[in-house]
Design a protein around this ligand. Structure first.
Ligand SMILES: [Zn+2]
Length: 165
């Protein structure tokens, strides 16, 4: 079943939509294939459109092992075939936009972290310049210095990790 190409056929209208291979792991079809993008739609857009357009009609799912398959592909109408490239183009544009958005958000996030780091470093510097008059003061200042140092190191690690990925 996995290697066979599936089509959903409406006999009444002599039309079909191509579902391509069925993935038993995700329980989804590959969807219509775009030559231009060398990719499958990987969603149910064309399937859903077909189901809606043929409400109330008897539909038949057949695969390329079926003897009727090639006859149907030759003689029936491949529904919305002319929409495939345009749809895939839109999908790919949308994906690019989402990736750009994500990159922009990540850069803003990094910038915010660097601003926070600068603020912590300034705090740490002022602690380090403070004179302590008692032993207790010294411990408090050392503790604060340690906490600020830990925060700066943590931010450095996060920023480095972001740069790698
Ligand atoms: Zn129909």
């Amino acid at each position: 079943m996995y290697t066979a190409t599936n089509i959903l056929v409406c006999e009444q209208d002599e039309a079909y939509t191509v579902l391509n291979r069925y993935n038993p792991k995700t329980h989804t079809f590959e969807g219509e294939y775009s030559l231009l993008h060398n990719a499958y739609s990987q969603n149910s857009y064309f399937l859903s459109r077909f189901l809606m357009d043929h409400r109330g009609h008897s539909l038949m799912l057949i695969d390329s092992e079926d003897e009727r398959y090639f006859h149907i592909r030759r003689t029936y109408r491949h529904e919305r075939e002319e929409d495939i490239e345009r749809y895939m183009e839109e999908q790919s544009e949308q994906r690019k936009e989402e990736e750009n958005d994500l990159t922009a958000k990540q850069s803003i996030g990094q910038l915010q972290l660097l601003v926070v780091k600068k603020m912590i470093e300034q705090q740490r510097e002022s602690i380090q310049n403070q004179e302590s008059h008692t032993e207790r003061d010294t411990y408090v200042l050392l503790g604060q210095d340690f906490a600020y140092g830990w925060s700066v190191n943590t931010i450095n690690r996060i920023v480095d990790f972001g740069n790698i990925s």
